[in-house]
Design a protein around this ligand. Structure first.
Ligand code: GLN
Length: 210
């Protein structure tokens, strides 16, 4: 996967693990902390962590508007867990006052869907977009999508206990979102999928420019 450069938002949370996995795939990867560090990237990962803290730090560092502009420009963006919450157009279960969402993904996310009783858990997911072997997914105080708009494809869904089936991985054009943490396993398929999305967008951009 030579040629693409992917940034990982490194304000808070699990950014180092994403960088390590991208490098294992031969993708150039770097940390992003300032607006100007978005320049020249073919894709951006917004990692898991704590979405309220991440939003506060992003605001303090002047990143909210540049991130909104990045997503609005149709640049490939992958949010995992807290990152997926920030990419959602609508959120429920937010802390008081809520947080500045970046938005771009036509979904309603529940920030802590699985609740306190099952804080963290692991599940095997069927993900046809990634091929046959199921995905071993690690959920940590995970969100879920309780509603998805017409342009959003559900890549994986899940039901836990008596809760209704909810989407936990979706793609909408250049946006990918996963409620779990692929960077905490050794399955490189999600990172490979996102690197392909970034490569395709870069190639389309070059064609458009020539
Ligand atoms: N539910 C958490 C939040 O609101 C996200 C947890 C995670 O990223 N592991 O930020």
């Amino acid at each position: 996967m030579s040629g693409v450069t992917i940034g990982v938002l490194a304000l808070q949370g699990a950014f180092a693990e994403h960088i390590k996995m991208l490098r294992q795939l031969g993708v150039t990867a770097r940390e992003v902390r300032k607006p100007e560090e978005l320049d020249g990237l073919d894709g951006l990962i917004i990692p898991g962590g704590e979405s309220t803290s991440m939003a506060l730090i992003a605001e303090r560092w002047g990143l909210v508007q540049p991130l909104k502009a990045w997503v609005a420009a149709g640049k490939p963006t992958w949010g995992t867990c807290a990152g997926m919450i920030l990419l959602s157009d609508r959120a429920t279960g937010q802390k008081q006052g809520g947080q500045a969402l970046i938005g771009g993904l036509d979904v309603t996310v529940n920030r802590n869907y699985f609740g306190r009783q099952i804080d963290s858990f692991e599940a095997e997911l069927r993900v046809p977009a990634l091929g046959d072997p199921p995905v071993h997914a690690v959920f940590i105080r995970a969100p879920a999508f309780t509603q998805t708009g017409p342009g959003v494809s559900v890549l994986a869904d899940l039901t836990v206990g008596d809760k209704e089936r909810v989407a936990v991985a979706v793609q909408a054009g250049p946006i990918l979102a996963t409620a779990f943490h692929p960077e905490l396993t050794d399955d490189l398929r999600w990172h490979a999928l996102f690197a392909r999305m970034a490569a395709e967008a870069a190639a389309a951009g070059e064609q458009g420019a020539s």
